[in-house]
Write a protein that binds this ligand. Structure first.
Ligand SMILES: Nc1ncnc2c1ncn2[C@@H]1O[C@H](COP(=O)(O)OP(=O)(O)OP(=O)(O)O)[C@@H](O)[C@H]1O
Length: 242
């Protein structure tokens, strides 16, 4: 089966800065793939390029067989996206925002689907509140719901858990785990290594734009190595080599 995401020497330059530097990676269907890295390591830039929000300086990518730099709209239609730190439009209520996404994405039964999310993430009491008046965590719940409303084959989600309380984090982690078990794929960017270790099947470590490692979480567990120790070690060695 072809990979769901494949990049080949994917590179993004901002002036002299190599934000993403010749990254070649593959993401298999059914994986919960964690893109890990320190602040500024290039994770968000990767997601922006893979979702057609930004063109690479060089290199290629295929996302669900679509080249995001040539067909940015097609890729965004196909996938679910939670952009980093993005908030829903201030002038719509929660329920209006989900209806709006439903319209753009041509989703049938949007009322019931929205209701499912309000109940699942326990924010039905905020359905008629303007997004500008929602707490950060509730906005994040809403962004989470909009990304999965059309049950995409692939969701690219940038730090989706950061503002959620522990109970909601647990629910979201369970949702993501079940989602990939149903054969769909998640590409998750995070620097919270405990979460990655708990739910990811596969991971890649980016450091100053370069790919330092890709592998499975199971390989580490079998060797009794914690992901955070592995990460620190690799980044320390990466720093010495720069
Ligand atoms: N539009 C831009 N113009 C110039 N530099 C940029 C731009 N976007 C990102 N960068 C730089 O590219 C590098 C990678 O940024 P990116 O946001 O991809 O990192 P990140 O791994 O997502 O970081 P964080 O975990 O802090 O969100 C950083 O040095 C950042 O300052």
């Amino acid at each position: 089966m072809p990979p769901v995401i494949k990049t080949n020497t994917y590179t993004k330059l901002f002036g002299d800065l190599r934000a993403v530097d010749t990254v070649s990676l593959s993401v298999e269907k059914g994986s919960l793939f964690g893109l890990l890295g320190q602040n500024g390591s290039g994770k968000t830039t990767m997601i922006k390029m893979l979702t057609g929000q930004m063109k690479p300086s060089s290199g290629t990518a295929e996302v669900l067989d679509i080249d995001p730099s040539k067909e940015p709209v097609a890729v965004r239609e196909a996938v679910g996206i939670i952009p980093e730190q993005e908030t829903p439009p201030s002038f719509l209520t929660s329920v209006e925002y989900l209806a709006f996404v439903g319209k753009i994405r041509n989703i049938e039964g949007i009322e019931e689907k929205s209701q499912w999310w309000f109940e699942y993430l326990d924010f039905g009491d905020k359905r008629d509140v303007l997004c500008k008046d929602l707490s950060r965590g509730t906005r994040q719940k809403l962004m989470f719901a909009q990304a999965f409303l059309h049950s995409p084959e692939l969701a690219l989600i940038d730090e989706p858990l950061i503002n959620l309380d522990p109970i909601m984090q647990r629910k979201v982690k369970q949702f993501l785990t079940d989602y990939v078990q149903s054969g769909k794929t998640i590409f998750l960017s995070t620097h919270i290594l405990e979460i990655a270790e708990e739910i990811c099947t596969d991971f890649a470590i980016l450091h100053k734009g370069k790919l330092l490692h890709t592998g499975t979480v199971r390989e580490l567990t079998e060797k009794n190595i914690h992901l955070d120790d592995f990460f620190m070690d690799l980044v320390e060695r990466g720093n010495k080599n720069v």
